[in-house]
Design a protein around this ligand. Structure first.
Ligand code: C2E
Ligand code: CA
Ligand code: CA
Length: 824
């Protein structure tokens, strides 16, 4: 048959190619022969021919190629891959083989490969057949089903992976996952290949004694199956293996697509032997893995390129497996994923940020979120702690630690924060409450006891006052009750509350402690409140109450204001007055009417204030007590009085010197020592000194008083009880203390001429004092009648204007030596 010009050209080209190939083969042969004698150094990078039997897109081979070209070795050793596809599935004819030979010879003539990797039978057979083209270049194959010798023959330098699999483990696992299975159905190609598969299946079943009934469906075409599949009964597991055409004359479906076909026609679990079938309808199992096969093939290739002869690398007899499951299928079938074998890989999982591929991102997101949460938490905790600390600090700053009440600055805050007036006439009332003689409680019972008293008072206030009253510990022994009042009724209620506050005594450490307080009250309209002034006024009113020894609430008024101003002035100038010796000593004699001589002199303090003029001693002595200067005042007076007394030491009547001391002097622990020092410095013999103390002294701790008096007694100093009969007079105590004299208070003398009871009292005192061997002085004697009467009552020592007013101490020095009768 004559040939057309293009056909002729093609024919000529083919002939030319054959010649060329012949030439190249001769050359290659020569090279190969030479290679026997001389070791050929591998090229760098190595050149690897990958020859695949089928076509791109054939999943199984695609996967092997991926695994292979993944390579896995060092990047520097990574070869150059020359990938060729034989397309033998679609074109199994010999012509294709020929065309390929021509193509390969044309393309690779004169080139040398360091290694050939083949996939599936056709590729290996081709390489073995093309000895001229490939010489004995080492070969690593994969995908060979039958015995390799059948293809390899005597070809040396060949190793590889056989495509054999064991269905036992997949079967076993499937039966665990579907415990209610009653039947196993195996769909395989109705071909030689399929027969080999059925053998493999039967072998696996033989290894599973007691397995459910098994049935083979050798299938020439899938469309024959289609009507039967929906009728397969429940409890059947369907296995599909191998590639089967859908219709007659069509190419077989790729093996991973057969399960998809079956699965589309049945709701039963479908199993396969191929990893790629997972995701196409197969449930999963221990599956032949193209990817793992490629990887293993690459590993073997690496060994060969590293210098190991291929013959030294043993054949791998089983296809590498992947343990895969399709999550969607498992869910659909209601399989408990926890029963999957360990190490299972899940595919087809619904998109989840917990998926492996997102692990790094997830990790970072989690870390970032945790860090943010941590930062927020730290900030919040810090904020809370700061707020708590601030609250604690604020509480500490505005509250009294001991009683838990507001403190002075807390009160300022309360006054400042008072809400605007609700109606006309709304007022704020402050009651300042000062405990009486609290210093004495502290001095006699100790500070811890004093603290307990304060706590008890605070508790009493809390109990009696309502929520509408704010309670404040204003200073050591002063409390404030702040209330909003509307009219006189409210004020009266507040007064009543104050009056009742200390009616019940306090019991502390089992002791009944009578506590009283002075109450001063001030009020101001809420509108335009001057908090400072309000406080000052309550304070002044409270001092007024103290001065008057009033237990009722004293309301602030203008008189108090003036007195407070005067008090303030006195207190302010007192310390300097003491230090500068502005306070002078006057003497008033005590007359012995029996012997008619001066039995002693009482030293009385006198202070002429530059602005206020003469200030009564009780006023500035009280101011000294309140401001803590009484100790200095006493020492000052003592010194001056003693110094002025020196001329009287040798007086014939041996007069004594009486000096007034306040109760707190007696309680001061250093008083005896200071007294001793002052006396010795002034040159005053202690036995000539009498200290006059009021009965108030006995209100404190009696043991303490007894000890103090005992100490003074040991020093040789005598004690007189001043203003006897006005306070907690009890003759009884006199026998318990070191007391030498009692001074009957002026008030008795004032009434003595008219009052028979007073006369009786004086007589009784004199009589009892005689029994107790105490001296008695009567003070405030102003008239001759009084003198007569008192003499008649047995009183011998008299003091008063009837004899002399107090006069500057120095004025008495002149008459000192004149003797007893020497009266001014
Ligand atoms: P006191 O110790 O009872 O002193 C007697 C007071 O009675 C003195 O008042 C004196 O001047 C006054 N007086 C004396 N004779 C008569 C009289 O016949 N009729 C009247 N109506 N009064 C008379 P003075 O000096 O004003 O002292 C008052 C109080 O001040 C004293 O009462 C004493 O408690 C206290 N005091 C005076 N000087 C001192 C002192 O140096 N230290 C201390 N701690 N207290 C002193
Ligand atoms: Ca006195
Ligand atoms: Ca007196």
């Amino acid at each position: 048959m004559p040939l057309s010009p293009p056909a002729l050209a093609t024919r000529l080209k083919a002939v030319a190619w054959r010649w060329l190939a012949g030439l190249w083969l001769a050359g290659a042969c020569a090279t190969a022969c030479a290679g026997d004698a001389v070791a050929v150094a591998p090229s760098h990078p190595p050149r690897v021919l990958v020859l695949l039997s089928y076509h791109p897109g054939f999943g199984w081979e695609d996967r092997i190629l991926s695994g292979l070209t993944e390579w896995g070795g060092a990047t520097s050793d990574r070869p150059v891959f020359h990938v060729e596809w034989m397309d033998a599935k679609r074109y199994p004819d010999a012509g294709q083989r020929e065309r390929l030979t021509r193509y390969m010879t044309g393309k690779y003539a004169g080139q040398r490969f360091d290694l050939i990797a083949t996939v599936d039978d056709d590729a290996l057979a081709f390489v073995v057949a093309q000895a001229g083209l490939f010489g004995d270049t080492p070969v690593v194959f994969s995908g060979i089903n039958a015995a390799p010798e059948r293809i390899v023959g005597t070809r040396a330098n060949v190793t590889g992976i056989l495509e054999r699999f064991d269905l036992t483990r997949t079967l076993d696992t499937a039966l665990v996952l579907h415990p209610r299975t009653r039947r196993l159905l195996f769909i395989t190609p109705d071909s030689d290949n399929g027969a080999a598969m059925r053998d493999t299946i039967d072998a696996a079943l033989a290894r599973l004694p007691g397995h459910p009934a098994a049935e083979h469906w050798p299938t020439p075409r899938l469309d024959q199956l289609a009507p039967r599949l929906p009728r397969v009964p429940e409890g059947t597991l369907v296995f599909t293996l191998g590639s089967i055409p859908v219709r007659d004359g069509e190419l077989p479906l790729e093996p991973e697509l057969v399960p998809a076909y079956v699965r589309a026609r049945t709701a039963l679990p479908v199993y396969s032997d191929l990893d790629m079938a997972v995701g196409h309808g197969a449930v999963g199992g221990y599956l032949n893995s193209g990817l793992e096969t490629g990887r293993l093939q690459a590993a073997m290739a690496r060994r060969i390129l590293a210098g190991e002869p291929a013959s030294a690398i043993p054949l791998v007899h089983e296809t590498p497996l992947a343990l895969l499951f399709d999550v969607a299928e498992l869910r659909r079938l209601g399989v408990d994923a926890r029963r999957l074998p360990d190490g299972s890989t899940l595919v087809n999982a619904p998109p989840s940020i917990f998926a492996r591929e997102y692990r790094t991102q997830l990790f970072f997101i989690v870390v970032v979120v945790l860090l943010l949460v941590l930062v927020v938490a730290v900030l919040m905790v810090r904020g809370f702690m700061q707020a708590a600390r601030q609250r604690a600090l604020h509480h500490q700053a505005t509250h009294d630690e001991l009683t838990g009440l507001h403190n002075r600055s807390g009160l300022a805050g309360l006054l400042h924060a008072l809400p605007q007036p609700g109606g006309d006439g709304e007022q704020v009332a402050l009651v300042m409450l000062g405990l009486n003689r609290f210093k004495l409680v502290n001095d006699t019972h100790g500070h811890a006891f004093g603290d307990r008293v304060l706590v008890a008072v605070a508790e009493r206030l809390r109990q009696r006052c309502g929520a509408q009253q704010a309670l404040v510990r204003f200073s050591g022994d002063a409390f404030v009750v702040m209330a909003r009042v509307q009219g006189e009724d409210d004020l009266a209620r507040l007064r009543g509350l104050c009056d009742a506050l200390f009616q019940e005594p306090f019991v502390i450490n089992g002791r009944r402690i009578p506590i009283t307080a002075a109450f001063g009250m001030s009020t101001a309209p809420l509108q335009g409140l001057a908090a400072e002034r309000l406080l000052r006024e309550a304070d002044a009113a409270m001092y007024e109450a103290k001065r008057n020894r009033s237990t009722a609430v004293v309301a602030f008024d203008s008189a108090i204001h003036e007195r407070a101003a005067r008090q303030f002035q006195i207190e302010a100038s007192l310390p300097e007055a003491i230090a500068r010796g502005e306070i002078e000593v006057y003497y008033q004699p005590i007359h012995d009417v029996r012997r008619d001589c001066i039995a002693g002199f009482e030293a009385l303090a006198r202070w002429r204030h530059p602005d206020l003029g003469w200030i009564p001693p009780p006023e500035f002595v009280q101011a000294a007590v309140e401001t803590g200067h009484v100790g200095a005042l006493t020492q000052r007076i003592l010194r001056s009085a003693c110094e002025a007394f020196l001329p009287h030491l040798d007086a014939p009547c041996e007069p004594y010197l009486a000096v007034n001391v306040s109760v707190s002097d007696i309680y001061a622990s250093d008083f005896p020592a200071q007294l001793a020092q002052t006396l010795s410095e002034a040159g005053m013999p202690p036995r000539r000194l009498v200290l006059e103390v009021t009965e108030d002294m006995l209100l404190g701790d009696q043991q303490h008083v007894a000890a103090a008096l005992e100490q003074l007694h040991r020093q040789g100093v005598r004690i007189a009880i001043d203003d006897f009969g006005t306070g907690y007079s009890s003759m009884g105590y006199l026998s318990h203390y070191q007391v030498n004299l009692i001074k009957i208070d002026q008030s008795f003398v004032r009434r003595i001429l008219d009052s028979a009871p007073d006369r009786k009292i004086v007589r009784a005192i004199v009589s009892m004092a005689g029994d107790l061997e105490l001296g008695v002085v009567v003070e405030g004697v102003e008239t001759a009648e009084q003198i007569e009467l008192l003499r008649g009552l047995g009183c011998e020592l008299l003091q008063g204007y009837a004899f002399s007013r107090p006069r500057p101490a120095a004025e008495w020095a002149a008459g000192a030596q004149a003797g007893c009768g020497m009266l001014p």
